[in-house]
Ligand binder design. Structure first.
Ligand code: C2E
Ligand code: SIN
Ligand code: SIN
Ligand code: FE
Ligand code: FE
Length: 406
């Protein structure tokens, strides 16, 4: 049932991932960008800011914070805005990237005509925000390679009046940015490692694509955050767990690598015996994280094993007898809060994405039908408290769905 080579390379990938985690205190790119933007804005006392990362000759909008528009630690669809800006002299961020130099603007609406770049007012117009002062700097990594651009917006004085960026911020923010950029490069490396790992599984299962995996990670992180805020959990713990679940949820189906092609790629419905074999992907996946030598392993284990359990009971592998006889320790029937939180979240995220997407065995469902199904299964397949959180941030979920992931 297991193809040696896939199983071996998968184990190697997990070993590499674990080593990377130990060296770097693995964090998702989003968490790194969140921290960097927060610290930079604090250094410069800036109201807002965003980070663009270089991707295929463009600057891709990658993170935003805005104290005026976005409540701290709330989910926002703005985070998943699909925006790519050419690296040329026309925009401020483009110019900064092109020339690898800082651009300082005291008033965005009064940029001298003789300068090559101009301020794009689209965002202000849409949001009602008023951009005034800007500090835009290139993020340069190893060997002076351009990694992205950070733009801080609207510096404030002690009385919270918008002022130009001070000489001090113009000195200290770029210094901080040097270290910050190294952290971003590490984060990107980690993400690529995971996606490469997923690509190996994808060769076997065409439905588990990099985009599916990234969406499930993002949905899970956002559902978790809303749930945790509803429960008034401590901010620090929320950030930490959100980072872990984003990565661990991406690995939910890594055990499919042990399932034969005849089943994985079957165009039609699986018969009972085929489905019984398919169910093994939960245990195969969990086995990869058996050592559980870190919090990430621990969560990846819980998600891989339990993401097909159901809130009201009756999911798998819990109550499947043939699986129980083999790995009895894992195979205890589970329901409700016996199912780990991270797995309950990933289950909702995975089914939402599976229903909304094309599979070898089904067409994508319409949004109305997907929503009706999730509502119907609240309290049956899914934890109702999580379904509630899901619909509270439905605009964020849709933005994740509509974003073109790469
Ligand atoms: P998957 O395609 O990633 O689907 C994940 C989960 O989404 C499924 O878990 C199920 O809970 C939900 N889901 C997906 N499509 C549908 C659907 O059309 N209707 C409903 N009600 N739910 C849906 P499940 O059922 O445990 O399946 C696990 C994996 O087994 C699937 O992952 C897929 O790889 C495979 N699979 C399941 N059914 C079939 C099938 O009829 N044919 C083939 N070729 N594969 C199947
Ligand atoms: C944008 O959001 O279009 C970037 C703003 C700029 O630097 O021109
Ligand atoms: C948690 O507080 O992290 C778990 C609680 C739950 O499973 O609902
Ligand atoms: Fe699965
Ligand atoms: Fe999946």
């Amino acid at each position: 049932m297991i193809e040696e080579s896939d199983d071996y390379s998968n184990k190697m990938m997990v070993a590499i991932l674990r080593a990377t985690e130990e060296v770097n205190h693995l964090k998702s790119v989003d968490t790194i960008l969140d921290r960097i933007l927060y610290e930079s804005r604090k250094l410069a006392n800036a109201d807002a800011g965003s980070i663009f990362l270089v991707e295929d000759d463009k600057l891709r909008f990658s993170y935003v914070q805005n104290d005026t528009l976005i409540q701290e630690d709330e989910s926002t669809a703005d985070l998943y805005m699909d925006l790519a800006i050419p690296i040329d002299e026309k925009s401020i961020v483009g110019f900064s990237a092109l020339t690898k130099s800082e651009v300082i603007v005291d008033d965005a609406y009064r940029i001298p005509e003789n300068l090559p770049y101009s301020f794009n007012q689209d965002f202000d117009r849409k949001s009602g925000y008023v951009t005034s002062s800007m500090l835009t700097l290139p993020l340069k990594g190893m060997n002076d390679k351009l990694v992205g651009v950070m733009q801080l917006i609207n510096a404030k004085d002690e009385e919270n009046r918008i002022v130009p960026f001070s000489r001090e911020s113009r000195t200290y923010v770029p210094l901080f940015a040097i270290n910050a950029t190294l952290a971003i490069e590490r984060g990107i490396m980690t993400r690529e490692l995971i996606l490469r790992m997923m690509k190996m599984a994808e060769m076997r299962d065409p439905s588990e694509t990099g985009t599916h995996v990234q969406r499930v990670g993002a949905y899970s992180a956002e559902i978790y955050q809303r749930w945790a805020l509803n429960r008034k959990m401590a901010k620090k713990d929320v950030k930490r767990a959100k980072d872990l679940i984003r990565i661990a949820a991406m690995l939910h189906d890594v055990g499919k690598v042990g399932i034969t092609d005849a089943i994985l790629k079957k165009p039609g419905k699986l018969d009972d015996q085929e489905f019984a074999e398919m169910k093994w992907h939960t245990i195969r996946g969990a086995q990869l994280f058996m050592n559980r030598s870190s919090e990430l392993d621990e969560m990846s284990f819980e998600i891989a094993l339990n993401h097909h359990e159901k809130w009201a009971g009756g999911g798998y592998p819990g109550k499947v007898p043939d699986i129980m006889s083999d790995v009895a320790r894992m195979g205890v029937p589970k329901k409700g809060e016996e199912i780990p939180l991270a797995a309950r979240i990933t289950s909702l995220a995975d089914v939402f994405d599976a229903l909304s997407s094309r599979r070898s065995y089904k067409e994508p469902w319409t949004e109305e039908r997907v929503v009706a199904e999730i509502e119907k299964d609240s309290g049956r397949s899914f934890d109702p408290e999580l379904v509630e959180a899901f619909f509270q941030i439905y605009n964020v979920i849709k933005a994740i769905r509509e974003k073109s992931w790469v």
